[in-house]
Write a protein that binds this ligand. Sequence first.
Ligand code: WQD
Length: 327
Amino acid sequence: MSWLVTGGAGYIGSHVVRAMTAAGERVVVFDDLSSGSSARVPAGVPLEQGSVLDRERLEQVLREHEIAGVVHIAARKQVGESVERPLEYYRENIEGLRTVLEASVAAGVRGFLFSSSAAVYGMPDVDLVTEETPCAPMSPYGETKLAGEWLVQAAGRAHGMATACLRYFNVAGAAVPELADEGVFNLIPMVFDRITRGEAPLVFGDDYPTADGTCERDYVHVEDVASAHLAAARRLAADPETRLVLNIGRGEGASVAQMAAMILDITGRGDLRPEVTARRAGDPARVVASADLARKELDWAARYGVREMVRSAWEGWRLRHPEAERR
Ligand code: WQD
């Protein structure tokens, strides 16, 4: 069966396309190239440029390529920006999703996989977050992901589509340097950015109720995230009754202090010392997945650790920032 990957020219999407094509799946990319790039789409994979808000174009592409499954990754993803521009986030992430679903139903798509996020949980007060942990998003971004899950599930039930929602935790790393994240919105690239300028990494608060006082997160390699998509897609294809909502994480936390120390070590910048600054508003102390359900349902588990994420992300950073090489 053929798959349409929306957002397939972006950071996570291009890794999903790479994993699915390597496994022999037929894939078509749909992307508006607003943040993605055609250079991320491998030769031989059709790239259809278009907006997720364009119902007619979507349906045309779905029919033309005889698509039976959709992996919907295209979305706006910056938490802070979503607070400033909620209307844009609801438009792209909710109206865009609704439009993709409408076109999918019209074109007879049988399986739908949706990119969700740990942001649906907000500030979970538990050691390990399970899929049963109450959802309480803290930003318009997180709200669009939670409401998106509801919409996907309702449409799946009503129109006989198998569905899976994957709640990614903190995605990092790259399969190859060319596919590394170009954004500087998350801890690892933000530290790379600082050290490239010879500045110390910033640690946003060290008075959290965690082992070393800094925030703990579940960092998961983007290649592992991609392999989870492949496993979920195969499940959707095999079982039309599939209704999955799964955490995609390693089930292990790493603190900001640990991450900063590891980044300095891997990049050879042991001369710099992390600098503690004020807390960043809205940061939960600890968000770490229970990865049990994904293991049980998909026989999937992350293979890579944090060092591999940092090392591969650094290779990608150096490719685009030759000035990062130390004189
Ligand atoms: C991680 C930790 C920071 C930079 C966000 C979204 C989440 C998901 C992933 C999309 C925090 C600290 C950071 C720095 C620091 N996105 N930090 N110094 O906030 O856990 O998650 O991205 O689905 O929904 O909320 O990720 O990488 O921004 O921060 O101390 O220079 O690193 O305070 O504790 P976050 P992050």
